[in-house]
Write a protein that binds this ligand. Structure first.
Ligand SMILES: Nc1nc2c(ncn2[C@@H]2O[C@H](COP(=O)(O)OP(=O)(O)OP(=O)(O)O)[C@@H](O)[C@H]2O)c(=O)[nH]1
Ligand SMILES: [Zn+2]
Length: 221
């Protein structure tokens, strides 16, 4: 594998620099520095990073982190920018239920696994449904707390698509509560963010919640 070693502090280039929810890092270490940090953690855990089984582990962990945290390079505004107006006046709720969610808790950097349900009430334009799942993914693949993740997904859809309302429910298990700390398996954290008509109209909110039928067992981690 080719590793480019650079000691220069590179300014991070978060995609959404114009947005209030952007999380700009002041600089990013090089790949080699990231791998060296993993080596330090292996030593600190009590193992030998030079034994055969661990030789490639720093590089593997760096690659895994690239995947886990690829959301920093995604711009949800861009993802939602393409919308369609030819809907013959469709103005009922559009619901995407059971979007698998894989995120990492910002306190312990361990997985948050669950599902998201996203709905909006079109005001003229609709968006490709995969884009709603991509927005969930763009925010989930960052270090998160569930409340912020839920708000970010709803806010970005509202801001870009400007529908009559947006509803987001996220149900997830936090491995920082199951594999460490308080050790309580089977606990689901449920968060919701209702905007526009979903916030002001209780019947609409009930209709959405009935459709998503939250509370079923969470997906396996
Ligand atoms: N509100 C909220 N809390 C979270 C989320 N993910 C993890 N937490 C909690 O964040 C808290 C961090 O608390 P601290 O006391 O600073 O950390 P800690 O000593 O590791 O806490 P314990 O997990 O209780 O062992 C814990 O209570 C976690 O359960 C989340 O998405 N939202
Ligand atoms: Zn945690």
């Amino acid at each position: 594998m080719n590793i480019t070693v650079t000691s220069a502090r590179q300014p991070a280039q978060p995609a959404a620099t114009n947005r209030a929810d952007a999380d700009p890092a002041p600089w990013r270490p090089s790949r080699a520095e990231a791998e060296a940090a993993v080596r330090t953690l292996l030593l600190w855990a009590g193992d030998d990073p030079d034994r055969e089984g661990l030789l490639d582990t720093p590089a593997r962990v760096a690659r895994a982190y690239e995947e886990f945290f690829s959301g920093y390079a995604e711009d949800p505004v861009e993802l939602l920018a393409r919308s369609f107006a030819e809907t013959d006046g469709y103005d009922e709720m559009v619901v995407l239920r059971d979007i698998r969610l894989e995120s990492h808790c910002e306190h312990h950097m361990v997985p948050i696994i669950g599902r998201a349900h996203v709905a909006y009430l079109p005001a003229g334009r609709v968006v490709g449904i995969s884009k709603l799942a991509r927005v969930v993914e763009a925010y989930a693949r960052r270090l998160q707390i569930q409340e912020k993740l839920t708000a970010q997904v709803a806010n970005s859809i509202q801001e870009v698509l400007q529908p009559r309302g947006v509803a987001v429910v996220i149900e997830a298990g936090h491995q920082c509560m199951t594999t460490r700390g308080v050790h309580k398996p089977g606990v689901a954290m449920i968060t919701s963010r209702m905007l526009g008509e979903f916030r002001t109209d209780p019947a609409l909110r009930r209709e959405f919640l009935a459709m998503v039928n939250s509370g079923r067992p969470l997906p396996e981690a």
